[in-house]
Design a protein around this ligand. Structure first.
Ligand SMILES: NC(=O)c1ccc[n+]([C@@H]2O[C@H](COP(=O)([O-])OP(=O)(O)OC[C@H]3O[C@@H](n4cnc5c(N)ncnc54)[C@H](OP(=O)(O)O)[C@@H]3O)[C@@H](O)[C@H]2O)c1
Length: 227
């Protein structure tokens, strides 16, 4: 059976991916900061684990609790969009640091903690949910802003490129996936995509990944995006 571990799975895109993965018969391990409140996740997850992705101790604790358990697919999904670091003229440094801690260091440290679990599995897929707002190419056109969020996701993209290279000898495939602009607490009600549409496509895209995809920047439909 395919085992998927999804961080931040109690709401939004994480919950949607957990639902689609469960419908495909996967063993779903979902993390939440407050497992007791994760009622919707409980309906689909095989197991719920407590995790704060901005805490190296919490990440290490989860890896230890799951020691020896092969993880076919790790989805680093948990993320934040702090608006207090949107503008260079009005920059809150602690908010910028928090964006980088959660959106960049969190996925990288979680991947590091789960290298053995991934290497032991059949699929060996390491997926991080990024954003097209982390694309430097796209930032050169259209509306600008969201400084901290863009920086944190661009750094995650670079981190994944390096990790993809460093873990390929272990047969691990590492990709970053942009989910589209989606109606979640983060995406807001003006977003064009419903969570079910985005997350169904993401899970299908993940299922179709092979080692040839290592290091790629894809959207939820599996289409290549520009860095
Ligand atoms: N929605 C969009 O349009 C969109 C577009 C591009 C990229 N993304 C990316 O997609 C991912 C999911 O976004 P979403 O729209 O589902 O956001 P969301 O509805 O705000 O959900 C965020 C999830 O991340 C968890 N989380 C936040 N900080 C955490 C921490 N320090 N430790 C552990 N968990 C933490 C939250 O847990 P709590 O419930 O405990 O807060 C929640 O489960 C994020 O990486 C985001 O950047 C979203």
């Amino acid at each position: 059976m395919t085992t998927i571990l999804i961080t931040g799975a109690n709401r939004g895109l994480g919950l949607g991916m957990a639902r689609h993965a469960a419908a495909r018969g996967y063993e779903v391990i979902g993390t939440a900061r407050n497992p007791d409140d994760a009622n919707e996740l409980r309906e689909v997850a095989t197991r719920i684990e407590q995790l704060e992705t901005d805490s190296p101790e919490s990440i290490a604790g989860l890896a230890e609790r799951l020691k020896g358990h092969p993880i076919d697919i790790l989805v680093n999904n948990a993320g934040i969009f702090p608006h207090e670091c949107d503008d260079i003229n009005d920059l809150d440094l602690s908010s910028l640091e928090r964006a980088i801690r959660v959106n960049t260091f969190g996925p990288l440290l979680t991947t590091r903690a789960f290298i053995d679990h991934l290497a032991k599995s059949e699929r060996k897929l390491n997926v991080s949910i990024t954003s097209n707002l982390g694309s430097i190419h796209d930032a050169s056109k259209g509306e600008m802003g969201y400084l901290g969020y863009r920086v944190s996701k661009a750094a995650l993209n670079m981190g994944n490129s390096v990790v993809a290279h460093q873990l390929k000898q272990k047969g691990i495939t590492s990709v970053v996936i942009h989910p589209g602009w989606v109606q979640t607490d983060m995406g807001g009600s003006a977003a064009p995509l419903k969570p079910d549409e985005s997350t169904g496509s993401i899970v299908e895209t993940i299922e179709n990944l092979s080692h040839e995809d290592n290091g790629r920047f894809l959207d939820y439909r599996g289409e290549e995006l520009r860095w």
